[in-house]
Design a protein around this ligand. Structure first.
Ligand SMILES: [Fe+2]
Ligand SMILES: [Fe+2]
Length: 163
């Protein structure tokens, strides 16, 4: 586990209002990819604070707000992944199938978690996914797949030490 990951987990445990600090997000070599990651973090932070509110005082209004935010996040993630896949295809990136595979799995999990939430209204399960599992996934994905991909897109080279 990287130092960064430990840092984020400590933040979560301390209950900081902001789940992820944008200034500490790992950066890749493509600015347009970083911009999309920053937008993603904003959506996740907003969703996370809605979940905390719902846990303390559940209401129908909050439930609807959570669903709206989750759907916005899902839509944003579809576009986020599609734009990376388009750039990879354009440049014939050698690890396209691997990178796309991680995207596809992540979208399936995201969809499954949402369906479970709407059926069961299990706030603890949703919080665990949004505030822990997806953060772990996102940071790991940015530090591996996205980092290598961005390096390739920018320079046409692959950092051998990353794979
Ligand atoms: Fe990404
Ligand atoms: Fe990616």
């Amino acid at each position: 586990m990287t130092f960064l990951l430990i840092y984020y987990k400590i933040q979560i445990k301390k209950g900081f209002p902001m789940l992820i600090d944008k200034n500490s997000l790992p950066l890749v070599d493509m600015d347009n990819m970083n911009d999309v990651h920053f937008e993603d973090v904003d959506i996740i932070n907003n969703l996370s604070s809605l979940l905390d509110k719902y846990e303390n005082t559940p209401s129908e209004d909050l439930y609807q707000e959570i669903n709206k935010q989750y759907e916005k996040w899902f839509e944003h993630t579809i576009n986020h992944f599609a734009s990376e896949e388009e750039m990879m295809l354009e440049k014939n990136f050698f690890a396209y199938p691997m990178h796309k595979g991680e995207h596809t799995n992540a979208l399936q999990v995201m969809q499954g978690v949402y369906e479970y939430w709407k059926n069961k209204k299990d706030i603890q399960a949703l919080k665990k996914y949004v505030q822990q599992d997806c953060i772990d996934w996102l940071l790991h994905h940015i530090q591996t797949m996205d980092t290598v991909t961005a390096k390739f897109l920018k320079t046409g080279m692959s950092p051998c030490h990353s794979f």
